[in-house]
Design a protein. Structure first.
Length: 421
């Protein structure tokens, strides 16, 4: 090996912001002649390729100084810079795949690894904050147990990208309803990412979700086995883009397809909007007003807060629950036990989801061979019977436990419901 190349590699040219301009000659006495060609491994360009994009690369792409790039990426609030310049720097860093890990490989081996947990929360989606809390709690606990530091970020993909571009993170876990484009933007930093709650397989991103389809069918089967054929739905108005096509949320798809096969689907029984108690209240009041003579006998609500609001509207209208209208809620957070009557729920095991997501992300960060192909892990929900549904002893798999029973799932046999509906 050329001794001169070894000496040059040890001078620190690989450090951030150090290196001769392209085409410059080495004037250090005794090491090489001015006309000698530099060994390929010691050129700044070769080193940049080996270590990834640097602050100087970002600065050139954004047409600003390296110092400005450094201060923007480190969220220096004392820096006076226009929003346009800041956006240009962040866009350049994202486009080049720059993050601090590229310039601090040596320091990384001496620090605890860090995971960013990104939660997408908005004012009209208050249930996401409550539901997300239980997933995040178990996720954070398991990551900490495995030796990771946890950075919490709230907001959309742009906010998450801005905060993680200049931060040393080894992986990202996103919780909530993210669109395909948002997932793609967060993946540009070339760091491992998994999604919790959103199905992101088409974006080549591993995900952990509840089994929405089975949950919806289990709720519908319970209504049908008790003779309730007019069934409504309160759900989100979110549509997910996949290959330039829009898909409704999985609850609406399953609800529509399953009841259509039985000849029981009524489009006018579906109400869509955000996820909050107030919106659930408003949806149910609208349903009561629009269907004075044929109000659905049962409603499936895709979030606990929608069911809480719907229950309040039914009480206000003088309707009995469950005798006049039955309700089943999806999620099963503690709020379902704080209503009167208590809400029957499709309960998601948020602890198991959080732990599974942490272990999957750890495996992806460590580049285990089994994680090379993205996968989807779907968790079964449990139907817990309480006071907002018509229940009987036949439908229970065991004795009452803490006020609820666990349903035995029914399945269609040759397109025929087990009770002939």
């Amino acid at each position: 090996m050329d001794e001169r190349a070894d000496q040059n590699d040890g001078t620190g040219l690989g450090g951030e912001g150090i290196g001769a301009p392209d085409g410059a000659t080495d004037s250090t006495p005794g090491q090489r002649t001015p006309n000698a060609a530099a060994p390929p491994a010691s050129t700044p360009r070769a080193q940049s390729s080996r270590r990834g994009p640097t602050i100087r690369d970002v600065a050139r792409a954004a047409d600003v100084s390296a110092a400005t790039v450094s201060r923007v990426l480190n969220n220096d609030e004392t820096l006076s810079v226009t929003p346009a310049t800041r956006a240009k720097i962040l866009a350049a860093a994202e486009r080049l795949g720059y993050h601090k890990n590229h310039q601090t490989r040596e320091r990384r081996s001496h620090r605890a690894k860090r995971i960013a947990i990104v939660e997408k929360l908005t004012e009209v989606y208050e249930s996401e904050e409550m539901f997300s809390y239980y997933i995040r709690s178990s996720l954070s606990t398991e990551l900490t147990r495995m030796g990771y530091d946890v950075l919490r970020i709230q907001g959309d993909a742009d906010n998450a990208t801005r905060k993680t571009v200049g931060t040393e993170v080894d992986g990202i876990a996103v919780i909530g309803l993210f669109t395909a484009n948002e997932i793609e933007r967060m993946k540009r930093g070339s760091r491992p990412i998994i999604a919790i709650y959103s199905d992101t397989l088409l974006q080549q991103c591993t995900c952990v979700t509840p089994d929405f389809e089975s949950a919806a069918i289990q709720a519908l089967d319970h209504f049908l086995t008790h003779g309730l054929k007019r069934i409504g739905l309160l759900c989100t108005d979110v549509q997910f883009a996949r290959r330039n096509m829009l898909f409704d949320d999985p609850f609406l798809r399953t609800f529509r397809d399953y009841l259509s096969q039985l000849g029981l689907y009524v489009p006018g029984y579906v109400y869509r909007g955000g996820l909050s108690t107030e919106l659930g209240f408003g949806m149910m009041r609208t349903a009561i007003r629009e269907h004075p003579d044929d109000l659905p006998q049962a409603f499936l609500c895709c979030a606990d807060v929608l069911a809480v609001g719907a229950l309040q509207a039914l009480h206000e209208a003088g309707l009995r629950v469950p005798e006049d209208v039955s309700l089943i809620s999806f999620q099963g957070t503690p709020v379902v036990r704080q209503t009167f009557p208590q809400l029957t729920s499709l309960t998601v095991d948020t602890t198991a989801m959080g732990v599974a997501a942490a272990r999957l992300l750890d495996a992806v960060v460590r580049r285990e061979p089994t994680t090379e192909v993205p996968c989807k892990v779907a968790f079964k929900t449990k139907l817990e019977l309480r006071g907002t549904t018509l229940n009987d002893e036949e439908s229970a798999t065991g004795p009452v436990d803490n006020g609820f029973r666990v349903m035995r799932p029914y399945r269609l046999v040759n397109g025929i419901h087990p009770r002939g509906i």
